[in-house]
Design a protein around this ligand. Structure first.
Ligand code: MN
Length: 178
């Protein structure tokens, strides 16, 4: 799959247990899924992945997502991942791309907000509003491209104000995966 070319090039599947681009993934329901993986690599971060058109659109979020609308969390867009990655947990060997421990921190289904039904177009335009139905992350979020020069893959992730928003400080690194 052309979309997964970068994913494939970065990895040696004889060394890592991550799913190969051709791995078959059986979905439990037909709603698009999302996952947030806690990735304890050389630098701890959280990977937000949204199912879009057969792949997982992915961002690395150094501080992790927040349920507090005052927070804007840097989210660096990374290569598309295969759908099978949504259930991946485990150890990526040291020295391999992304080496470290991956845990599923939250997962569920998601949907774009009404005005963003054409998700690919929204991402091309650099703004997507969406709703997460996870265990930890619920309600409306927005992710948008920053305008800083030289930061072409930099986005910001924000919780929108709704019944699931919190007013206290939110630190994903202090909230266990399970
Ligand atoms: Mn990662």
């Amino acid at each position: 799959m052309q979309k997964l070319k970068k994913y494939n090039e970065k990895r040696d599947f004889s060394k890592t247990s991550e799913p190969s681009p051709s791995s078959i993934h059986v979905k439990e329901n037909d709603k698009p899924v999302f996952v947030v993986q806690r990735h304890d690599a050389s630098r701890l971060h959280f990977d937000l992945r949204l199912e879009v058109d057969g792949v997982l659109k992915s961002w690395a979020v150094p501080k992790g997502p927040s349920l507090n609308p005052k927070d804007s969390r840097l989210a660096v867009m990374t290569e598309d991942h295969p759908l099978a990655y949504a259930t991946f947990e485990g150890e990526i060997p040291k020295g391999e791309y992304g080496g470290g421990t991956v845990e599923i921190w939250d997962s569920g289904t998601w949907e774009p907000a009404e005005e963003y039904r054409d998700v690919e177009a929204a991402l091309d335009n650099g703004l997507l509003e969406f709703v997460l139905h996870g265990s930890k992350l619920k309600g409306e979020f927005a992710i948008f491209k920053t305008k800083y020069k030289g930061a072409k893959d930099s986005w910001l992730l924000k919780k929108k104000k709704d019944e699931y928003a919190v007013t206290d400080a939110y630190d994903a690194t202090k909230i266990p995966s399970k």
